[in-house]
Design a protein around this ligand. Structure first.
Ligand code: FAD
Length: 428
């Protein structure tokens, strides 16, 4: 093969976590030529959440370079020029096709061998395909997924090809909900189909979900719950014309958006590193079972102290914070404590906006006005506050629920907590 290059640090994957790690490396004084980032995407790291929000707007849509990392955390925007100026080798449009953790080498799709002293795996995850559930048709011209820029561009093209048309959104999680909202804003009629009883089933209670479903219905979204897609009908050009559901119904469509979950990109390391929860298992220093290999972001399964177990989180805040932490752990090991992360998830849809902190286990206490614009919930487990949700809060109120959840106060009386509502978090 080609001649190889050698670096002290290599970040494998060029997504959110890679961008935040690069900024932290520079802050901590990495030298020119020491750090390399390899990504199969053709662009420098960017804020992936923008793809289902600003990117899909009918007017003044967000486009690169406006949302390169780290603008999502109100930090510097790292353009390709920035990487160059800081002596960071950005190898774009290049996949890694195999890794050898014993020899500390990566083999790229261009035939180059890149070696490292320390590897940070930040390969994220890929969208699950319908084929993995026994349905064919993912390749049809009007079936869209949404994980990267190429997907997002395609979704915009398909959307623009059927103004006023009908879309079916498969899946009631983040991607489904955010894409449905964007489609409506683009004046496309939306039917959402998912097998669960309500949307956002992994996080929301039925009561919280109901609030969002009612809002979506008021914006014209139709819900078909408790069933799944069984097959597509195609026209002679291979475009999907109808969606057949397992409950026997058929929906004619101009386009389909699929958001049925993700699978972490661990393939390169199977049999080489210990895996857990579908991801690369790491310790509190984000170090894997091989001491030269670390993992961050969606692909990492790390000990989440706040919930007392190892988890893999598929959220941007965890990607950003694990990225910062791993650089401290590598560059300043003696000054760095174990990663102590409080899970934080959020979404912005239409004019709605919610945040969630902690863990959604135990008893749920609701507060606020669920027919209005601000309401929330607390989760109480073993007499402690362990989770908090808030829709329509102010910056200060979100900070308050985050702080309250982190403190894990003892809750003796659920009725009293309900009576105090948001005031409990603000005054704790
Ligand atoms: P990624 O950002 O996915 O980056 C991984 C990178 O590695 C990619 O560039 C990939 O191409 C590359 N790669 C993988 N394998 C290889 C290989 N073998 N060789 C070379 N390169 C490779 N989270 C929230 O909390 N709130 C939100 O509102 C939100 N919205 C989202 C909207 C969308 C459309 C999507 C897709 C995700 C959203 N997320 C959201 C999730 C969030 O974006 C992810 O948690 C975050 O991007 C994870 O960062 P990462 O660096 O681990 O992975």
């Amino acid at each position: 093969g080609k001649m190889g290059r050698a670096f002290v640090y290599v970040i494998l994957g060029g997504g959110v976590a890679a961008g935040y790690a690069a900024l932290e490396f520079v802050k901590k004084g990495v030298s020119h030529g020491e750090l390399c980032i390899i990504s199969d995407e053709p662009v420098a790291p960017y804020e992936r959440p923008a793809l289902s929000k600003g990117f899909l707007l009918p007017e003044a849509a967000a486009r690169l370079p406006s949302f390169h990392t780290c603008v999502g955390a109100n930090e510097e925007r790292l353009t390709p020029k920035w990487y160059k100026e800081h002596g960071i080798e950005l190898v774009l449009g290049t996949g890694v096709k195999s890794a050898d953790v014993k020899r500390k080498t990566l083999l790229t799709t261009t035939g180059e061998t890149i070696s490292y002293k320390i590897l940070i795996v930040a390969t994220g995850a890929r969208a699950l395909k319908l084929e993995e559930f026994g349905v064919t048709g993912s390749d049809a011209g009007n079936v869209c997924y949404l994980r990267d820029i190429a997907d997002a561009n395609r979704l915009v093209d398909v959307m623009q090809s059927c103004p006023g048309g009908n879309a079916v959104v498969i899946g009631g999680g983040y991607i489904g909900m955010e894409c449905a909202a964007s489609l409506v804003i683009n004046k496309i009629n939306v039917t959402m189909v998912f097998p669960e009883e309500h949307c956002m089933a992994r996080l929301f209670t039925s009561k919280i979900a109901n609030y969002y479903e009612e809002y979506y219905k008021s914006r014209g979204v139709n819900f078909i719950k408790g069933t799944v897609l069984s097959s597509f009908d195609f026209d002679s050009n291979g475009k999907v014309t109808a969606v057949n559901l397992r409950d026997g119904s058929t929906l004619s469509v101009d386009m389909v958006v699929v958001g049925i979950g993700i699978r972490p990109n661990t393939g390169l390391f199977e049999g080489q590193l210990t895996l857990e929860k579908g991801g690369i298992k790491v310790n509190g220093m984000l170090q894997s079972s091989n001491s030269s290999v670390y993992a961050i972001g969606d692909v990492a399964a790390f000990p989440v102290k706040a919930v007392g177990e190892t988890r893999r989180l598929e959220h941007v805040d965890s990607a950003r914070k694990s990225a910062r932490h791993v650089v401290s752990a590598i560059m300043e090991p003696n000054k760095t404590r174990e990663f102590d992360y409080l899970p934080f998830f959020y979404s912005r849809i239409f004019t709605l906006s919610w945040q969630f902190y902690g863990d959604n286990v135990g008893e749920v206490v609701y507060y606020g006005d669920m027919s209005g614009s601000t309401f929330g919930a607390y989760w109480v487990s073993k007499d402690h506050l362990v989770g908090a949700f808030l829709e329509g809060g102010t910056k200060e109120e979100y900070e308050a629920i985050a702080k309250a959840t982190r403190l894990r106060p003892v809750i003796e009386d659920l009725t009293e907590l309900e009576r105090q509502g948001l005031r409990f978090a603000v005054t704790v």
